[in-house]
Design a protein around this ligand. Structure first.
Ligand SMILES: Cc1cc2nc3c(=O)[nH]c(=O)nc-3n(C[C@H](O)[C@H](O)[C@H](O)COP(=O)(O)OP(=O)(O)OC[C@H]3O[C@@H](n4cnc5c(N)ncnc54)[C@H](O)[C@@H]3O)c2cc1C
Length: 447
């Protein structure tokens, strides 16, 4: 029977249906096949990909869905992601995919089961159903053919409206109170508004790029209700180190290509970018969790991962002096690598090919800390997994579900973030539909 709460009856039945609130004909409740069927109310708060996906699933399941959003429009961070081409998901195999999601207290097998419910193929099919073709780049990252978010978001919102989702923008969530239904409080222009809901799905996002609306201000509201939250911290963001001025003059804005780097026991391969304040790029994003765990974060770069120390020394031949200048050509050191090696604190000119080769293979850089959360691509921290059951429902607030980046998980760039939001949005909405049915025995009153 999908997600309709049922009350036995007949057309014209004067009895109220689910929770004794509505008569047939009211609020989408209808007398069908001798039964008065009543739509359940699902309130979704947050108009990012997790909330929009939850709205889609809940509406398809037959619920009356209203999506509340603090800002005047939905999907602002999704649009920002579109500036980089909108990396929707990744094409790597399922097992490796599920391992990308990390965070404390994550139940074993959780992500495998979330992705089994909505995986990368499902996301690509979802885009295709919106008329948006996707392709997998050589890196395995999946993008819309047009590399844009705006057309996709426009069609998505239109499809949600057609499916009956009501949008209530400029509604800032302010609190929740239990009752026969959840009483959900919002700050609106000129005052407050309270709405009642059978189930609530919170999809309020993390704390990066607060100008898009995801400002983490929801934390105090949930903490007041006793929900434990891990502090939001920058993930997939840059790290700072005080480059010498001479080095910056030569290398600011230049890439370090085809390198590997490690933080403690974790290694990553790819690229970095030298910036005014330190380093950015995929390699340091991947190493973020390991760096955050180090009391004195240090990045060790291998500028020539395809060569051993011995091979590098051999390539320098019988060079008697000016090892670095010679290595620049013979080892094909890029400008940024050369500038870093030429200005390494505590190192005078290299006095042998062996010492230079050893440094090129393991160049330690002490980092002073991550760039601010506001600049990061995503956040670590959020609602602790211990607060949630497998339905993504808050154990202490039955009927309130959570989805998206506001849960305490993190993942590298590569499409894993949006995929994670879709998978958790799907799970939360499906379980919200099922929870309401199962939790309301009075919805089925014998004829
Ligand atoms: C520069 C940049 C590039 C990115 N590129 C990619 C990419 O290519 N691929 C990828 O996978 N990911 C990317 N991401 C990350 C991705 O955009 C996020 O992980 C994703 O948007 C999170 O979705 P969400 O629905 O959980 O939260 P959000 O998208 O943050 O949405 C949360 C919504 O909740 C609303 N809200 C917050 N508080 C309240 C409140 N109190 N009341 C009502 N509404 C509220 C906010 O206004 C917002 O609309 C990028 C992020 C950035 C910043």
């Amino acid at each position: 029977m999908g997600t309709w709460g049922q009350t036995a009856g007949h057309p014209g039945d004067k009895r109220k249906c689910a929770a004794q609130r509505f008569s047939p004909g009211e609020h989408g409740c209808a007398a069908r096949g001798g039964l008065v069927q009543c739509r359940i109310d699902i309130t979704i708060i947050g108009g990012g990909p997790a909330g929009l996906r939850a709205a889609e699933v809940a509406a398809a399941g037959g619920a009356a869905v209203t999506l509340f959003e603090a800002r005047p429009t939905v999907g602002r961070k999704f649009l920002v992601a579109g500036r980089g081409g909108l990396n929707l998901t990744h094409s790597e195999p399922h097992e490796a995919f599920a391992r990308r999601y990390t965070g404390p207290e994550q139940p074993d097998g959780l992500w495998a089961s979330l992705l089994a419910e909505f995986d990368a193929d499902a996301l690509r099919q979802w885009a295709a159903d919106l008329g948006v073709e996707t392709f997998a780049a050589a890196s395995g990252r999946v993008y819309p053919r047009e590399l844009k978010a705006a057309p996709l978001l426009r069609r998505w919102v239109q499809r949600l409206r057609t499916a009956g989702v009501t949008f209530a923008v400029r509604h800032r969530w302010a609190g929740l109170r239990p009752g026969a239904q959840w009483q959900v409080d919002f700050q609106v222009e000129g005052g407050t508004r309270t709405v009642a809901a059978d189930a609530v799905i919170l999809a309020l996002g993390g704390g990066s790029w607060p100008q898009t609306g995801s400002d983490g201000a929801w934390i105090s509201g949930l903490e007041k209700l006793g929900v434990a939250i891990a502090p939001l911290r920058p993930a997939n963001g840059g790290w700072e180190l005080p480059w010498p001025a001479a080095m910056l003059a030569q290398a600011e804005g230049r890439p370090l290509k085809n390198i590997t780097a490690r933080a403690g026991a974790t290694t990553a391969a790819g690229e970095l970018l030298v910036t005014r304040y330190g380093l950015e790029g995929g390699v340091i994003y991947q190493l973020g969790p390991a760096l955050r765990a180090m009391p004195e974060p240090e990045l060790v770069i291998d500028f020539k991962p395809a060569h051993t120390v011995e091979q590098l020394v051999k390539k320098l031949g019988n060079c008697p002096r000016n090892f670095l200048a010679e290595a620049r050509t013979r080892w094909r050191l890029g400008d940024a690598a050369f500038a870093i090696l030429a200005n390494l604190p505590g190192h005078g000119p290299f006095t042998s090919a062996a010492s230079l080769a050893a440094t090129v293979k393991a160049c330690g850089l002490k980092l002073t800390g991550p760039r601010p959360l506001a600049e990061a691509i995503s956040s670590a921290g959020g609602v602790r997994w211990g607060e949630l059951d497998s339905a993504l429902m808050l154990r202490r607030l039955p009927g309130v579900f959570v989805a998206g980046e506001m849960i305490d998980w993190e993942a590298p760039t590569g499409g894993y973030l949006i995929q994670g939001c879709f998978a958790t949005g799907t799970r939360a909405a499906r379980r919200a539909l099922a929870w309401r049915q199962n939790s309301s025995p009075n919805d089925s009153i014998p004829a």
